[in-house]
Write a protein that binds this ligand. Structure first.
Ligand code: SF4
Length: 120
């Protein structure tokens, strides 16, 4: 017979089993690239997300939690907001550097409105 705590935990915690199939689980140096300021790292993280089978679940959770930092669901978060564009510090160059070009990862249709409200 399960304990009361286990029963309560089983009924109150969201199902996060989808995390087992996350593409970032097997990525090399995932923490460093998903929580980096470097545009090349961020682009790499977004490209991993683009092929992730649980992108929608991940992005929905990040939007709900208003993630303070990092790449989640193919999007860049800062201070609980989804950034439309992540730029290098300082004056932008006249022609973008190759490393500054970010992969565009689409927001799933059912999350579009929530994402739009939280986009900075
Ligand atoms: S979408 Fe989420 S779970 Fe998938 S690779 Fe990106 S950060 Fe990881």
């Amino acid at each position: 017979m399960p304990s009361l705590v286990a029963t309560q935990l089983n009924t109150s915690l969201p199902d996060r089993s989808w995390e087992d199939t996350a593409a970032c689980r097997t990525a090399t140096n995932a923490a460093a690239i998903f929580f980096s300021e470097d545009l090349g790292d961020i682009a790499h993280a977004k490209s991993i997300c683009a092929d992730c089978v649980v992108l929608a679940e991940c992005l929905e959770g990040a939007l709900d939690r208003r993630e303070p930092w990092g790449v989640w669901g193919g999007q860049v978060f800062l201070n609980g907001r989804m950034l439309a564009v992540k730029r290098r510090r300082g004056r932008p160059p006249k022609t973008p550097r190759p490393g500054d070009l970010m992969p565009v990862v689409s927001v799933p249709a059912h999350l579009a409105e929530q994402a739009r409200r939280l986009t900075a």
